[in-house]
Design a protein around this ligand. Structure first.
Ligand code: AMP
Ligand code: ZN
Length: 117
């Protein structure tokens, strides 16, 4: 689902300024903020301001904003001086998605294992 802010969506509340977050970057269409439970020395989330349930919905419904999100992951990595980093879109509960507003995780500042768990 997309469009109006969803009353029960934590990340819509962050976009609206109703829930505090450590915002590191903002554009017309995106917000980037530090993850509250970091899994790496750098762990930042980039979200579209408009609500989409996950990356699949974002990519099919609004590819321009999807590109904005991806561009912002690189801008964040540059600001954080990350040469290597991982971008993750957990999509669906089986993949570990817990907040159903599309978001890219940017993880960096430590070595990474592959495959992920
Ligand atoms: P996912 O499990 O992929 O849906 O990722 C959701 C992420 O949101 C998790 O890494 C959480 O730690 C993070 N998170 C949950 N609440 C907040 C919050 N209030 N501010 C920042 N990050 C949050
Ligand atoms: Zn939302």
């Amino acid at each position: 689902m997309a469009g109006e802010p969803q009353d029960d969506c934590l990340f819509c509340k962050i976009v609206e300024g109703h829930v505090p977050a450590t915002i590191v970057r903002e554009t017309e269409s995106t917000v980037a903020f530090r993850d509250i439970n970091p899994q790496a020395p750098v762990h930042i989330l980039v979200i579209p301001k408009v609500h989409y349930a996950n990356a699949a919905a974002l990519a099919t419904a609004e590819p321009t904003v999807a590109a904005d999100v991806l561009r912002e992951t690189q801008a964040v990595a540059d600001e954080e001086k990350l040469e290597s980093y991982r971008v993750v879109f957990n999509t669906g509960p089986g993949a570990g998605q817990t907040v159903f507003h599309a978001h890219a995780h940017i993880l960096g500042g430590r070595g990474m294992q592959w495959p992920p768990g």
